[in-house]
Design a protein around this ligand. Structure first.
Ligand code: FNR
Length: 367
C-alpha cells in the first residue's frame, strides 16, 4: 500500500507482518514466555486518563525539547533494535536517514546489522545519535567501543542491563535462524555466531552475566559521554543509579522480551517519580521510558508523569522494514502530528507544560 495510506504506527506493523519473511517477523515481534509484559506495556497506557484544561490559547504548539543536553525536535527517540537488515536491505543506515529527515535521535544497537561507522556516516550534519552498549565479557572490547563512540561523535552511551541472559522468545526459537545478516558483533570480526537456535539466541553469546554497578562506575570514569542505564525496573535502582552519578535511566523491560511479568515501564515511572522528587534526585538524572508506546497520547502520558523522553522500538523497525527511510520519516511525522493535535486538546502548548496535574493515574493502581 502507498505510504499515504499509513494513518498511525500500527499500520506499519500490519504491512511489515505481510511483507517480512517468517523468521524476521518472529524475531521482531516476539517477546518472552506468555508475552504478558509485552501486552501490559501497552495496556498500562490505557489506564492513565487525561485531565484536560479548556479555554487555553493553543494556536502555537512547540514540540522541541532537550534530552541529555541535546536539542531535538520532539520528545521521542528511536530505541536500539538489533538486526534491522532482516527487514530492509538498508538496515540501520535507513533508520539513520529517516531519523535525520525527521530530526529525532536514533539509538544504535551493539547488535546492529550495519557497522557503527556506516550508520554514523549516514547521519546528516548536526544529527544526534546514541549508542546502546551490551557489555562484552572481555571488558576491553566494551571500553574500546566507548572510545570509538567518542571518536565518531556519538552523544551518549546507553548500557543495557536487563539482559544478563536472554529471555525465552519461543516464536523466535521455533525459527531456525539461517539468514546471513553479516553481523560483526565483536567489533573485531573474529567472533563466530551460533545461528542454530533463533536469531536472539545467536546473539546471546555476547551478553555477560556478571555486569555490576562497578562496571557502571568504570564507564563513568573512562568517558565524559553521558552514561544512561537502560532496563531499570524499580525505584530503588533508579535511586542507586543517581547515587552512582549516571546521567539517566531508561525504565524499560526490553519490549517484554526479557523477564515476563516485569512491570510496565509506565507503572514504574508513576511509582518512582514522586520518590525522586521528594529526594531531589529528579534534578540529578533524566528518566526515559520505553515499551508499548504507539500514540502521541502515550508519549504525552509518560511526559506528564515525569519522563524526559520516550523510546519506540518495534514501530520504527516495522516502518523501516516496510518502506525504508521514507517509512521512518513518515512514522515520525505521524507521531508529531498526533502530539500537536492532542496537546491542543489537552490545553497545553509546549513540552514543559506536561505535568502530573494533567493525568489521573488512579486506574493504573487499581483505584
Ligand atoms: C530490541 N531491544 C533492544 N534493546 C537493546 O538494548 N539492545 C538491542 O539490541 C535490542 N534489540 C531489540 C530487537 C528487537 C527486534 C526489539 C523489538 C527490541 C529493545 C528496545 O530497545 C526497546 O526497549 C523496546 O523495543 C521497546 O518496546 P517497543 O517500543 O518495541 O514496544
Amino acid at each position: 500500500p502507498p505510504l499515504s495510506s499509513m494513518f498511525n504506527v500500527y499500520d506499519f506493523e500490519y504491512v511489515a507482518q505481510n511483507i517480512l519473511d517468517e523468521a524476521a517477523w518472529a524475531y521482531y515481534s516476539s517477546a518472552a514466555d506468555d508475552e504478558i509484559t509485552l501486552r501490559e506495556n501497552h495496556f498500562a497506557y490505557h489506564k492513565v486518563f487525561f485531565r484536560p484544561r479548556i479555554l487555553v490559547d493553543v494556536t502555537n504548539i512547540e514540540l522541541e525539547t532537550e534530552m541529555l543536553g541535546i536539542k531535538t525536535s520532539a520528545p521521542f527517540y528511536i530505541s536500539a533494535t538489533a538486526l534491522a537488515k532482516l527487514g530492509h536491505p538498508e538496515g540501520e543506515v535507513g533508520i539513520a536517514k529517516g531519523a535525520g529527515r525527521g530530526d529525532i535521535i536514533q539509538m544504535i544497537s551493539t547488535l546492529a546489522s550495519c557497522s557503527l561507522d556506516e550508520t554514523v556516516a549516514a547521519a546528516k550534519e548536526g544529527q544526534s545519535q546514541w549508542f546502546q552498549l551490551y557489555v562484552n565479557s572481555d571488558r576491553e572490547v566494551a571500553y574500546n567501543m566507548i572510545k570509538h563512540c567518542e571518536e565518531l561523535g556519538i552523544k551518549g552511551i546507553f548500557v543495557t542491563v536487563d539482559a544478563p541472559s536472554l529471555g525465552n522468545r519461543e516464536k523466535d526459537r521455533r525459527m531456525k535462524f539461517t539468514e546471513d545478516t553479516d553481523v560483526d558483533l565483536s567489533g573485531d570480526g573474529k567472533t563466530e555466531v551460533n545461528r542454530s537456535n533463533g536469531a536472539a539466541a545467536a546473539l546471546s553469546s555476547f551478553i555477560d552475566t556478571a555486569v555490576t554497578w562497578k562496571d557502571i562506575q568504570e564507564f563513568k570514569r573512562r568517558t565524559n559521554l553521558p552514561i544512561v542505564i537502560k532496563g531499570v525496573q524499580r525505584t530503588e535502582d533508579v535511586i542507586l543509579a543517581a547515587e552512582h552519578g549516571v546521567d539517566g535511566v531508561v525504565l524499560s523491560n526490553h519490549g517484554g522480551r526479557q523477564l515476563d511479568g516485569a512491570p510496565p515501564a509506565l507503572q514504574v515511572l508513576a511509582e518512582c517519580m514522586p520518590v525522586l522528587r521528594q529526594r531531589g534526585l529528579d534534578k540529578k538524572l533524566e528518566v526515559f521510558v520505553d515499551g508499548g508506546i504507539r500514540r502521541g497520547t502515550d508519549i504525552m502520558k509518560a511526559l506528564c508523569l515525569g519522563a524526559k523522553g520516550v523510546g519506540l522500538g518495534r514501530p520504527f523497525l516495522y516502518a523501516n522494514s516496510a518502506y525504508g527511510p521514507d517509512g521512518v520519516e513518515k512514522a515520525i511525522d505521524i507521531l508529531k502530528n498526533e502530539l500537536i493535535m492532542n496537546m491542543r486538546l489537552l490545553g497545553v502548548t509546549k513540552i514543559s507544560d506536561l505535568s502530573p496535574e494533567f493525568v489521573d493515574t488512579r486506574p493504573l493502581f487499581g483505584l
